[in-house]
Design a protein around this ligand. Structure first.
Ligand code: IMP
Length: 182
């Protein structure tokens, strides 16, 4: 990686925290899910794909995986607030334990809409697992049952997070600034 980016969270810290969150999920769901009724892990694309891939490999409980595509940013660092989903889950969610996996909760508007849609489809319980949370940007309250790191109001990229669809491949979480590009 180029040294022009300021690293906020190192690869080692991310890996350590993902393991801790995985253990916590295993503990909390061990009695609530089974081979007959596995945990349904729902990843929010595209940003959560790296986190979800690492996280599910820490799980020791039966699980199934779905993805939903959400967009509200385009090529800006400010959310438009106009959250759109593509390919929303078509399977039956009645009675299911659902865990939404997100890269970052910023304003909270994406998660609010996701929680609403999944509850409307009859899920038994819906919980949120987010790698990052920016409390200073909050517009709506979101219960985050499993959280990686709280961060300041900085636009970050890497480990799945993008600016204009770039930098998702970085192994660390770094602070984005236009001067860093090149
Ligand atoms: P919210 O609806 O404002 O909570 O935004 C959630 C979505 O915005 C996340 O899933 C990200 O895709 C994107 N987002 C918010 N903050 C950042 C950031 O700092 N870097 C990259 N993407 C972000």
């Amino acid at each position: 990686m180029t040294t022009k980016f300021e690293v906020l969270i190192s690869k080692e810290r991310i890996q350590g925290r993902v393991k801790e969150i995985g253990s916590e999920i295993n503990r909390q769901y061990s009695e609530r899910v089974s081979e007959i009724s596995p945990l349904l892990v729902v990843g929010v694309l595209k940003g959560a794909f790296v986190f979800l891939a690492d996280l599910v490999r820490e799980l020791k409980i039966p699980c199934e995986i779905e993805f939903v595509s959400a967009s509200s940013y385009g090529d800006s660092t400010e959310s438009s607030g106009n959250v759109k989903f593509q390919n929303f889950i078509s399977r039956d969610l009645k009675g299911r334990e659902v865990l939404i996996v997100e890269d970052i909760v910023d304003t909270g508007l994406t998660m609010k809409k996701m929680l609403g849609e999944i509850s409307n489809q009859g899920a038994e319980q819906v919980a949120v697992c987010s790698l990052l949370y920016k409390p200073s940007r909050k517009q709506v309250d979101i219960p985050i049952e499993f959280l990686g790191f709280e961060i300041d109001d900085k636009f970050v990229i890497g480990y799945g997070l993008d600016f204009d669809d770039r930098y998702r491949d970085l192994e660390e979480i770094v602070i984005y600034s236009p001067e860093s590009e090149g």
